[in-house]
Design a protein around this ligand. Structure first.
Ligand code: MN
Length: 131
């Protein structure tokens, strides 16, 4: 069955690009353009992977990651932060908030998918994640 990815991203162009790349690779893609909508959809849809923009209006991605991690059954979902901040310490901040990996914008269509997949694999470990 296709893996389900939830993309939480307020920039329509980025969302379009990410959706295009993921759907072409066979993923099932859900999306939300604001923080609360993303949190609600995460709980309702139980995705395999969440791609989380860190720069969101009203609530930043770090707060979103913490909220999602605190939800029932969401302790194990792979969360990959996507950010255009290039400040030292951002990766650590994302990891501390409960993200498993970190991708920098601008998104490079050539490497985006392999970066997502390697982040997810490192989360799953060599034997995969328990269902
Ligand atoms: Mn944004």
């Amino acid at each position: 069955m296709a893996k389900k990815v939830l993309v939480i991203e307020d920039n329509e162009q980025n969302l379009y690009l990410v959706r295009f790349i993921l759907e072409k690779a066979g993923y099932s893609v859900l999306s939300a353009t604001d923080s609360q909508e993303g949190i609600d959809l995460a709980g309702a849809s139980k995705p395999d992977i969440i791609l989380l923009d860190i720069q969101l209006p009203t609530m930043d991605g770090y707060a979103v990651a913490r909220r999602i991690r605190a939800m029932p059954d969401m302790g194990n979902v792979a969360i990959v932060a996507v950010t255009s901040y290039a400040m030292p310490g951002d990766r650590e901040k994302a990891l501390a908030a409960g993200c498993d990996g970190y991708i920098e914008k601008p998104i490079d269509p050539e490497t985006f998918l392999s970066t997502v997949e390697s982040n997810v694999r490192s989360k799953e470990g060599p034997n995969g994640r328990a269902p």
